[in-house]
Design a protein around this ligand. Sequence first.
Ligand code: CO
Ligand code: CO
Ligand code: CO
Length: 321
Amino acid sequence: MEKLPKASHPDLLVGVNTIDDAGVFRVSDDLALVQTVDFFTPIVDDPYTYGAIAAANALSDIYAMGGEPLTALNIVCYPKGIVSEEMLGEILRGGFDKAAEAGCLIVGGHSVEDKEMKYGLAVTGKIHPKKILTNANVQPGDALVLTKPLGTGIVTTAFKLGTISDELYRRVTDSMLALNNTAAKLAVEFGAHACTDITGFGLLGHAWGMARESNVGFIFDANQIPIFAGAEELADQGFLTKNDRSNREYLKGYVHIDNSFSENLVRVLYDPQTSGGLLISVSSEAVEDLETELKKQGVEDARIIGRVTKEHPQQITVVQA
Ligand code: CO
Ligand code: CO
Ligand code: CO
């Protein structure tokens, strides 16, 4: 993408110039389109659940901008003969049901034969052009809220290569299946300044995207960061994704974590997430009410995990407060 000429147009409100979640194009004074696409290889064994998680994950970038999903197209790559038509049907049914839960219509799609199964959605949503939650508007003094626990990369790797308890499997699957719609709705309601969803670059990577675009510093309190119970132990057993290393390289020089922290905690902070939660930047006056309301409306794992400073712009510091 970096080598391509940058798209530029008076109505292109969010394009590829920023590290944002989705593109936004204004069609009239009070309406803009939000567009995004995401798809990936199976993350769980059950085809229906895989399809639903892939859809929740793809829809998430619309929510991260403060938008509302309208329509989606299926993207299907499948190995003929290995993935049966029945399984394929279950994957699509999972995606269809999750999109329906989001009030989003699947209006078509495209499939190709491939060596490895991949599924996801290209989603179109709507948003008011003046109410876009980009990464670029974090304010010094803001508080930071994370709405889902961390560790899906580590836990799903352990599920593929080792064994995990049924309880942990359920807990992590339910979290990946959960839409970020309520969190996004409340973020907008409580006047959030900025928002992103936590996916492949992990908490630290996506946080840094916001800190960079907004030219502010982030301070996270390690004690407040929600983590799936058992994820640190699995990290200790070596169940890490490839992205653990690439995320560290990508963030070299921007992240400050004291040697006193356990390496397993650090691994969780760099762990890529699938269908992760939202990271919301909101005024410190509004943050406690936001956290209370999130919990009341079913986003039970939401926590205030940090704050924003004018000092140390574009740097992430993890402390133990
Ligand atoms: Co995103
Ligand atoms: Co995405
Ligand atoms: Co955003």
